[in-house]
Design a protein around this ligand. Structure first.
Ligand code: SAM
Ligand code: DTB
Ligand code: SF4
Length: 332
């Protein structure tokens, strides 16, 4: 299946309603609603903006794995930790295109290329630009997550046809220092602003279950929801605990608190694609179903995230069938 034009599946920023500023207290109050009330509000808002049974499918590929110079406490690819991830050189463009075609054949509409870099070098950029051009030529939406970018780099990626740039805020500003010390929160906000200025869609979210308290979880959502405009894609990751990382022994959060985070993201960012992201392999079908009910309408699709596992295509197809859900791109 090859198409020439690439459709944007997320509403353009101009379609987002007037900005609403959310205080952390407002968001905490949402988290504290009775579960059924929270779910009902999230469903109402979800149905105003989206087909509630359609799910957008993004496939991830790690184009450069391991040996990263940052010290992010959750990440198996950091050179500061010993998570047993083998350092690999960057994939060839042909390998990336092959993986993208396979993802497209399996039904994915967006292909996200991830690299374990603090920021890309000039040489890295030349290869990534080629990858973006070729993946886009397949008729897929393109996304990349390469670390911090300067203005020249955002321009290069936009010119190559990059649709989305993923750069997560990860957590609230107040909790950030507990997890990462090699770059600060403002660096992340600056990169996101450059991405936006260059005309690309923003994909930004975070991780729950790193030991943050409820106010800090609300603080992450407030940061995202108060961006003007807020991100078109919001990945909500449940921490994948990898042995050898500082967060390996972190206590699991109650799965219903994860569902609540999805619902609060949906309510505060009504037109965003809220992605039920890392952590699905460890999640029951029932909790995933609740996440969809809470307004999640996107997943990572394919048996691998970057270095850790994800449900395979067969399991996800079965889950979608069981729930009467379908890939967004197949019906729209
Ligand atoms: N190196 C680039 C960066 O950090 O921006 C891009 C890749 S990095 C792996 C992308 C995101 O993956 C991180 O910001 C984090 O939110 C998420 N991530 C990494 N390890 C994770 C884990 N163990 N569990 C959940 N999410 C994780
Ligand atoms: C995002 O928010 N989650 C993805 C993607 N963006 C790049 C990454 C999850 C990584 C999970 C750990 C791993 O597989 O290495
Ligand atoms: Fe490097 Fe990204 Fe992992 Fe941080 S999250 S250690 S920047 S790959």
């Amino acid at each position: 299946m090859q198409t020439q034009t690439v459709k944007f599946y997320s509403p353009a920023p101009s379609l987002q309603k007037e900005a609403q500023r959310w205080s952390v207290a407002d968001i905490e109050a949402l988290f504290n609603l009775p579960f059924s009330d929270l779910m009902f509000r999230a469903q109402q808002i979800h149905r105003e903006h989206f087909d509630p049974n359609a799910v957008q499918l993004s496939t991830l590929l790690s184009i450069k794995t391991g040996g990263c110079s940052e010290d992010c406490g959750y990440c198996p690819q950091s050179a500061f930790h010993n998570a047993g991830v083998e350092n690999k050189k960057m994939l060839d463009v042909s390998e990336v295109v092959k993986a993208a075609k396979a993802a497209q054949d399996a039904g994915a509409d967006r292909f996200c290329m991830g690299a374990a870099w603090r920021e890309p070098s000039e040489e890295d950029m030349a290869a990534v630009v080629e990858m973006v051009k070729e993946v886009r030529a397949l008729g897929m939406e393109t996304c990349a997550t390469l670390g911090m970018l300067n203005d020249g780099q955002t321009g290069q990626l936009r010119a190559a046809g990059l649709d989305y740039y993923n750069h997560n805020l990860d957590t609230a500003p107040e909790f950030y220092g507990n997890v990462i010390s090699t770059r600060d929160y403002q660096d992340r906000l600056d990169t996101l602003e450059r991405v936006r200025k260059a005309g690309m869609h923003v994909c930004s979210g975070g991780i729950v279950g790193m030991g943050e308290n409820l106010t800090q979880r609300a603080g992450l959502i407030a940061q995202l929801a108060n961006m003007e405009p807020y991100p078109e894609s919001v990945p909500i990751n449940n921490l994948v605990k990898v042995e050898g990382t500082p967060l390996a022994e972190q206590e699991d959060i109650d799965p219903l608190d994860f569902v609540r985070t999805i619902a609060v993201a949906r309510i505060t960012m009504p037109t965003a694609r809220v992605r039920l992201s890392a952590g699905r392999q460890q999640m029951s079908d029932a909790i995933q179903a609740l996440c969809f009910l809470a307004g999640a309408n996107s997943i990572f699709y394919g048996d691998q995230l970057l270095t850790t596992g994800n449900p395979d295509v067969g399991r996800d197809r079965k889950l979608m069938d069981k729930l009467g859900m379908y890939p967004f791109a197949e019906k729209h």
